[in-house]
Write a protein that binds this ligand. Sequence first.
Ligand code: ZN
Length: 120
Amino acid sequence: MAEETRATTVASSEGVASAERGERVERTERRPSRGGPGGAGGREGGARKFFRRKKVCKFCVEKIEAINYKDVRLLQQFVAESGKIVPRRLTGVCTPHQRRLSSAIKQARNIALLPFAGRA
Ligand SMILES: [Zn+2]
């Protein structure tokens, strides 16, 4: 039949560009009584130092199944300068790979390929 759909489109794409400056002014520490976890505003931008779009597990991408403890250059990417293993949420490594990674790092530490405690 004839098109009776209301015009649900349009009305967008107007105030997008100019809306960037306002809105950030008054933020007291009151929470809006929602109490939901996360509370993501969906806002991008702001003062984030490290922004990364998608974290992908490096081992999954490169299809490394067994992480070799002798591969120091690989392991070092996941060890902080202090010698600590970098947590998964920072590196984006998936859980099974992080498990293998951490044990590989620990093996490498034992034969002094990696430090238990680093410089800092
Ligand atoms: Zn993975």
